[in-house]
Design a protein around this ligand. Structure first.
Ligand code: SF4
Ligand code: SF4
Length: 380
């Protein structure tokens, strides 16, 4: 049974935060064991930081206080995040906490190496490259901001893991799923299965409601939450925040990966968050696109499966394993129907002859090249 712990916390005052964080972290640390000398990766939700009223990112006081709790227990903390526009370091600098983090020995940086994580049979997708660095730490601390989200209704700890996908490919994922949000939820659940952060925290002191995650409005709810399981935390908190049937949680239930949990700590009754407008054609970053253009862009920004005819022995296994039946065996060889292909790469995974591989599109290659050039010119 997983504990989801709640603590009331009325402000970002250092003393109150420390007290509340210690309360929600105590059971998680007990479950994990000693933090002495352990390398701990913080993955906070850092989107942007414009001014001290900003609510799109985890509050700096929250991030700093959490780092201090881990450091006091002997951990070596590194913050890693790859925000869409700025670097993580630039954001903590704008937040005014860069110097203090440095004095505590906390490095702030981005992710550099992306690989497909080890496959777990509960996963749906087989070819998602994610930041590889998380594997060199003893534990991951997933720190989310409680925010509404046009596409996923709420973004909490599981959605925060989306930041582990290469920046230039995140857009592709959004476009790939279009309005089939189930696919997006499934991809997020795969990230959760791959990373399984040992520690999970939600900054719910001032949440975001309305048209999140970028342009919602502040909603004071005065709590923090934590759990050793990101999905259990999201399942519990979404109901408290007024979302009875969050798609992500429903899919987790259908896929039988939602752990049993119980709520502990402070008794918390939250006023429901005002939910975002239905997405319609509105994508997460606020761009209206007609369906044909979305389909076209999807073809441009997601790698597509291609066949090596020489290697293929025509066994047909790929067609059997394709979830949306986008493969047909014609003349003893698979034929892809790319319009319905969801790019899950089950076909590639199951091909006994390695005859299928993902082929990056020109736009993807150009995006990666531009990323590298920008890195060379301006640093990470
Ligand atoms: S699984 Fe591989 S070898 Fe078999 S038909 Fe498909 S591509 Fe060819
Ligand atoms: S052809 Fe089928 S199995 Fe292969 S990537 Fe597309 S949807 Fe997945």
């Amino acid at each position: 049974m997983i504990d989801v712990i709640y603590a009331k916390c009325d402000s970002y005052d250092e003393v109150l935060l420390k007290e509340a964080l210690e309360k929600v972290l105590a059971p998680q640390i007990e479950k994990f064991g000693s933090l002495q000398g352990k390398k701990i990766l913080f993955k906070p939700n850092l989107l942007v930081w414009k001014n001290k009223e900003e609510i799109a990112s985890v509050n700096p006081a929250f991030l700093l206080a959490a780092a201090k709790v881990f450091i006091e227990k002997g951990a070596i903390v590194t913050i890693r995040e790859t925000p869409a526009v700025q670097t993580a370091h630039a954001i903590v600098k704008s937040m005014g906490i860069a110097a203090e983090l440095e004095s505590l020995g906390v490095q702030t940086t981005g992710f550099d190496v992306y690989k497909v994580p080890p496959y777990d049979e509960k996963m749906r997708f087989h070819n998602i490259e994610i930041a590889h660095e998380y594997r060199s730490y003893d534990a991951v601390v997933d720190i989310a901001k409680a925010k509404t989200h046009a596409m996923m209704t709420l973004t909490l700890c599981v959605k925060n893991l989306f930041g582990l996908i290469r920046g230039s490919e995140r857009l592709g994922w959004h476009l790939a799923v279009g309005r089939d949000f189930t696919l997006f939820a499934d991809m997020l659940l795969d990230l959760y299965l791959a990373v399984k952060p040992a520690f999970n925290l939600v900054d719910g002191i001032i949440c975001m409601e309305g048209n999140g995650p970028g342009s919602g409005t502040p909603a004071r709810r005065n709590f923090i939450a934590g759990s050793s399981d990101a999905l259990a935390l999201d399942a519990s908190l979404s109901v408290k925040a007024g979302v009875k049937d969050l798609l992500l949680v429903r899919r987790a239930r259908e896929r039988k990966i939602l752990p049993e949990y119980r709520e502990t700590g402070d008794d918390l009754i939250l006023a429901p968050l005002q939910l975002p407008d239905p997405p319609g054609l509105l994508l997460e970053w606020g761009v209206f696109l007609p369906p044909f253009l979305k389909t076209f862009l999807r073809e441009c920004v997601i790698s597509r499966p291609v066949l090596d005819k020489e290697k293929c022995i025509g066994c047909g296994l790929c067609a059997k394993m394709c979830p949306p039946q986008s493969l047909k065996i014609v003349d003893n060889k698979p034929l892809f129907h790319l319009k319905s292909c969801i790019r899950c790469y089950c076909c590639q995974e199951h091909c006994p002859k390695s005859a299928i591989r993902p082929k990056k599109t020109l736009l993807m290659k150009t995006g990666a090249m531009i990323e590298k050039i920008l890195e060379k010119c301006f640093g990470k």
